[in-house]
Design a protein around this ligand. Structure first.
Ligand SMILES: *[C@@H]1O[C@H](CO)[C@@H](O)[C@H](O)[C@H]1NC(C)=O
Ligand SMILES: *[C@@H]1O[C@H](CO)[C@@H](O)[C@H](O)[C@H]1NC(C)=O
Length: 234
């Protein structure tokens, strides 16, 4: 009987103790929960802060991209302006470049004597070459071959006794005319033809008697006067 008591008391003691432990455990759990929630709140807070920092950085980067883009555009403009300026300087420098002696085009060729017995469509073979910078005049054909495309002044001075209609011819095509004729008393009359033409490299230039009129008399070249064919590039 006594042992039954003992057992009962023991069990009661045990249960009481167990209940006490359980309460302690519950308290501890509540504390832990609170700690956990606090921790979570803190973590959330920290996360929010970090997120804000990231957002700020992103915004800053975006601004930087914009600034870099603006700088790039400015740089491109500067480069383009520089290129344009260089281009125009080059263009104007080229225009302002003086013609060198190597590129000077000048011809001056004359007769050494009177030229008689001319027929129609006959090229004048000026036989005394005074100036031919590019060596483009062929005496045997009386033809000058244009060395460089450009603008040229062409002139022919022909004192004549009689009547000798002449043509300036480029590649076989008449492009200028004169009609030297004297009054018939034996005195010569000088006539000058002049043309300013755009000509192309290898164009052939010469002076010939008119194709439709038979010349009479002579082209004169004596101690008083010269008969010449000249041209130069301008
Ligand atoms: C450069 O020249 C081009 C063509 O003439 C023109 O369209 C452009 O606006 C110029 N750029 C600047 C920066 O002057
Ligand atoms: C000029 O004459 C030369 C020689 O006759 C000829 O080869 C050349 O084709 C002529 N040039 C032109 C543009 O007709």
């Amino acid at each position: 009987m006594f042992s039954d008591w003992l057992v009962s008391i023991f069990i009661l003691g045990f249960v009481t103790q167990s209940l006490a432990s359980l309460e302690a455990l519950e308290d501890e759990l509540i504390l832990l929960k609170a700690a956990f929630y606090r921790q979570t709140d803190e973590t959330n807070e920290r996360l929010k802060t970090l997120q804000k920092e990231v957002d700020d950085l992103k915004r800053e980067n975006l601004n930087k991209d914009q600034v870099i883009g603006d700088l790039q555009r400015t740089l491109n403009d500067i480069i383009e302006t520089h290129e344009n300026t260089s281009y125009y300087i080059e263009l104007h420098t080229a225009k302002a470049q003086p013609r060198t002696s190597e590129t000077t085009v000048a011809l001056h060729t004359c007769f050494t004597n009177d030229v008689r017995f001319l027929g129609r469509n006959q090229i004048l073979l000026f036989n005394k070459v005074v100036t031919d910078t590019q060596n483009r005049y062929t005496q045997s054909t009386g033809t000058y071959s244009i060395p460089f495309t450009g603008y040229y002044v062409i002139t022919w001075v022909t004192p004549a006794v009689g009547n000798i209609p002449l043509e300036l011819v480029v590649n076989g095509e008449p492009i200028g005319r004169t009609d030297p004729s004297s009054t018939g008393n034996g005195a010569s009359q000088s006539t000058t033809g002049l043309a300013v033409l755009r000509l192309f490299e290898n164009d052939n230039v010469s002076i010939r008697t008119h194709t439709d009129a038979t010349p009479t008399g002579a082209i004169v070249n004596n101690i008083w006067q010269d008969s010449c064919f000249s041209l130069w590039q301008i």
